[in-house]
Design a protein. Structure first.
Length: 343
């Protein structure tokens, strides 16, 4: 939990809930921040009492707090090497892009979630969208920067979404509605990544689907107070309304769940992930049709805070938060179990 990405505060909030849930089931749990080391009982108490905040930490604050990277030689840390399972409660950056997964693989440590390749593919929005389309999952048209505002307007019109290609929690994301906003939006996204995606804006409803192993969770709808489901709406109580299950037809529910599972499998994901969509609400949208789903992205280590969506989807299926955490651990153990010999 924690880490060095702009989603550090979200990760800490997720992690402390996971710690509490697994301890409530009798597991021995050590809280560990790969950017700083062991988390003390006093720090745990502070995390239990503190909010996520309405904005991500600044890049300067992250650098001074974490040093910007993970501790080396994880295999030499007894808390890691001696663990039955390392539960990854990290979001974004080196915790979700395959970097930490590679280190844990080399140290022969069992961990939750997806492996190195799947994590890297899902973090890269450009590559993941290409795989979505190959798997029959609809996603909004996009180009990668550099691109001029003239090129963008000709291809998509306005508004468009400008965002870092490898980031989460809407960090560095801007809805560009006017030409004069474009250059500043690209510059903002470049603060968080070396690649920037410019994507057609899809007007419509925010839909989310969790996948847990081979099970698709109930579909949810998010109704944010802002135009998009941004950082403040995600992590501030009262800034969004979530509805599980979403008010969709039987056919719509089946369609979006099918696409969510197809996206999960296309990226070779494991454990638990969240697939986010927009349900087009406009009748005047070029050749597109009202009622079509567009996959936005997949989160391989989704939020587990009190306001997060995966726990709500699991609850709609009858799984408590502690049940959910234990199931994620079980999936990790199952994935790392040696294959049985075929006689």
């Amino acid at each position: 939990m924690g880490g060095a990405s702009a989603e550090r505060n979200v990760s800490l909030a997720s992690g402390i809930r996971i710690v509490n849930a697994l301890r409530s089931r009798g597991h021995e749990v050590t809280a560990f921040d790969p950017s700083r080391g062991l988390i003390s009982a006093e720090e745990e108490k502070m995390l239990n009492e503190g909010p996520v905040g309405t904005e991500p930490p600044s890049l300067e604050a992250l650098a001074s707090t974490t040093g910007g990277s993970f501790l080396p030689a994880l295999e030499r840390l007894p808390e890691i090497a001696g663990a039955d399972v390392v539960f990854l409660g990290l979001h974004g950056g080196q915790g979700e892009d395959g970097t930490l997964q590679a280190l844990l693989d080399m140290a022969h440590v069992t961990y939750t979630g997806s492996g190195l390749l799947a994590s890297a593919l899902a973090m890269d929005k450009d590559l993941s969208k290409r795989l979505f389309r190959a798997a029959g999952v609809q996603t909004a048209d996009w180009v990668m920067a550099p691109a001029s505002i003239e090129e963008v307007e000709k291809k998509f019109g306005l508004p468009v979404i400008v965002k870092p290609s490898k980031q989460g929690s809407t960090v560095g994301l801007t809805v560009v509605k006017k030409r004069e906003q474009f250059d500043a939006a690209v510059a903002e996204a470049l603060k968080y990544d070396d690649e920037v995606m410019i994507e057609r804006f899809i007007p419509g409803r925010e839909i989310t689907v969790g996948v847990l192993g081979d099970r698709v969770l109930p579909v949810g709808e998010i109704k944010p107070k802002h135009e998009i489901y941004d950082y403040e709406c995600k992590y501030t109580a009262g800034m969004a309304e979530e509805e599980f299950p979403a008010k969709l037809t039987v056919e719509e529910t089946a369609d979006v769940q099918r696409q969510a599972l197809a996206a999960f499998q296309a990226l070779k994901l494991g454990g638990c992930a969240r697939v986010d969509f927009r349900l087009l609400s406009s009748d005047d949208f070029a050749e597109k049709k009202r009622g079509e789903f567009y996959c936005l992205e997949v989160n391989t280590l989704p939020g587990m805070t009190e306001l997060s969506l995966i726990p709500q989807g699991a609850a709609a299926l009858g799984l408590s938060f502690a049940d959910l955490c234990e199931e994620i651990v079980r999936l990790a153990v199952e994935r790392n179990r040696p294959p049985q010999a075929v006689l």
